[in-house]
Design a protein around this ligand. Structure first.
Ligand code: ATP
Length: 136
């Protein structure tokens, strides 16, 4: 069965949206396999965001992800990777579709990094890699 790595980012945790976000994923029909609240380390984030090293938003992104605890989860189900990304909505929360996590709960706060509440793996290979980073 396919698995994906979901992170509730520090903005979601700080706004007490964790339970509401996880409930949307469960309500869609996916099964929670593992769950933990954790303080990310710089080393974990360097691995997690290795494809973004050198981009203008990379440092602000890492600083944001270090600004407070995150909640890491593994969800499972047929086509969960694309299913979660549909539930999450597009990257920019201001224009993400209503009905999605980002579209209903997020917006641009005028800072250098998109504070968009959640992360989800984008392929089977990234999911395996990211699960190894957050659930070693
Ligand atoms: P999606 O793939 O749906 O965009 P994602 O979280 O995988 O979601 P990435 O493109 O991998 O998005 O970027 C990682 C994160 O970096 C984003 O979720 C967002 O927080 C931040 N980010 C991405 N692009 C920008 C940008 N142009 N400006 C500011 N922050 C950005």
């Amino acid at each position: 069965i396919e698995r994906t790595l979901v992170l509730v980012k520090p903005d979601g945790v700080a706004r007490n949206l964790t339970g509401g976000i996880l409930a949307r994923i469960e309500a869609k029909g996916y099964t929670l396999v593992e769950l933990k609240k954790t303080a990310a380390t710089r080393a974990q984030l360097e691995q997690h965001y290795e494809e973004h090293v050198g981009k203008p938003f990379y440092e602000p992104l890492v600083e944001f992800m270090l600004s407070g605890p995150v909640v890491a989860a593994i969800f499972e189900g047929h086509r969960v990777i694309e299913g979660f990304r549909a539930v999450a909505g597009t990257t920019d929360p201001t224009t993400a579709a209503p009905g999605t996590i980002r579209g209903d709960l997020g917006r641009d706060w005028g800072v250098k990094v998109q504070q968009n509440l959640v992360h989800g793996s984008d392929s089977v290979e990234s999911a395996q890699r990211e699960i190894g980073i957050w659930f070693a």
